[in-house]
Design a protein around this ligand. Sequence first.
Ligand SMILES: Cc1cc2nc3c(=O)[nH]c(=O)nc-3n(C[C@H](O)[C@H](O)[C@H](O)COP(=O)(O)OP(=O)(O)OC[C@H]3O[C@@H](n4cnc5c(N)ncnc54)[C@H](O)[C@@H]3O)c2cc1C
Length: 463
Amino acid sequence: MAGYDYDLFVIGGGSGGVRAARVAAALGKRVGIAEEYRFGGTCVIRGCVPKKLYVYASQFPEHFADAAGYGWTVPEASFNWQTLVANKDREISRLEAIYKKNVEGSGGETFHSRAMIVDPHVIHLLGEDRTVTADQILIATGGRPAAHPALPGHEHCIFSNEAFDLKELPKAIMIEGGGYIAVEFANIFHGLGVDTTLVYRGKEILSRFDMDLRRTLHETMEKKGIRILCHAVSESIRKRPDGRLDALLTSGQTLTVDQVMLAIGRIPNTENMGLEGIGLEMTQAGAIKVDEYSRTNIDNIWAIGDVTNRVQLTPVAIHEAMCFVETAFKGNPTAPDHETIATAVFSQPEIGTVGLSEDEAVKRFADVEIYRASFRPMRHTLSGRDEKMLMKLVVDGASRKVLGAHILGPDAGEMAQLLGIPLKAGLTKDDFDRTMAVHPTGAEELVTMYKPTYRVKDGQRVQ
Ligand SMILES: Cc1cc2nc3c(=O)[nH]c(=O)nc-3n(C[C@H](O)[C@H](O)[C@H](O)COP(=O)(O)OP(=O)(O)OC[C@H]3O[C@@H](n4cnc5c(N)ncnc54)[C@H](O)[C@@H]3O)c2cc1C
């Protein structure tokens, strides 16, 4: 396509955009990519990576406490929030540079600029005040935290973006939301010594996860000292003369805190990009509509990742990028596979999960077997920590296929990654039973639960 400046122009230098740009450039395509903020995108700069670093930071007080049962005397520990923030900043800057270098090293051209589309083949780079042309355009602009303008006092609230870089660690925080971001931050702040309240409008935190895990995590978090108020939302946030905030809740309570963090969802970045002007179709939620190959209604424009609001996870954005390159540049139309995605919630304890929850399985299958084990992990025998690990397999009684695997406890995320393989391969409970255990581990329970704990037949629980 010599008539255009680029074979591919990517808008957005996050997980999906960088992968597509890098792989297409490595194929010899002429690729440009524009990022308005920082290469690496949400995941690297203000999502998965800094979040996990903060999870590690917040776990130390429990490690120190648990050490006593193993004979250690740990002197009184102190924590410096500014050190954590600075070290996090150094690490994400390192990763940011690698992301940019990888694109350039593959032959792609990077632009530090906001981009908008002025015509199906023309992109305006605002930072450079110039236009470029491209044969194919990929939109990978991600999403951002949903604001709550209807909430009186919303201007006093922060979002996950700001939570990473607070000047001071608050003494008390209220987090509103019940999704994984809200739950993870509640555990992070609590672990760092902040008086933490989670406020959620629904009946139980973490909708769409297995109810057993949701309830057990809720109980465990409360036992640690995190206040969880379900069936409640904030009605107003008022700044007090002393600078603190009063959050008035629908339940009638008023919480006085130093920070209110809203984690009530994420919305796709599709505004002010010229998309309406070129007639690009969008969903009611403002996400870009795509077909199974990530192609929009305009033939040469594609979209991947969070901006399409399919499954908002980094590995999904990356997978969609790889499929896009196969389809658009390798003559091998490949639809991304969104089935059976293993995932984790880095709560404390952690959740690792893949496949159908019990409730979902029961809706779809007439005979469901549940294998369930709840036990104290070995590390807590000497530490004395009163925390249970929960493991659960959801099996189709007719075909014996394992439909879902759900874990709450140490290293659950790591286990979910490996469980993703047998579940994706459609293996049966008999395959699990034939697998030798690794002893002594927590994971061995997954292959030693020989008898169903209970069955659910036609929606009715039977023993
Ligand atoms: C707090 C938090 C924790 C998370 N934890 C996890 C986790 O543990 N595991 C997981 O899998 N996922 C996690 N996610 C989700 C994950 O970060 C996203 O799914 C992933 O980053 C999506 O990648 P993307 O390429 O679609 O978009 P993004 O990574 O958001 O990248 C989009 C980029 O486009 C840029 N951009 C936007 N508009 C323009 C424009 N007009 N011109 C130029 N550039 C533009 C943005 O600045 C951004 O850098 C987390 C998210 C958050 C917020």
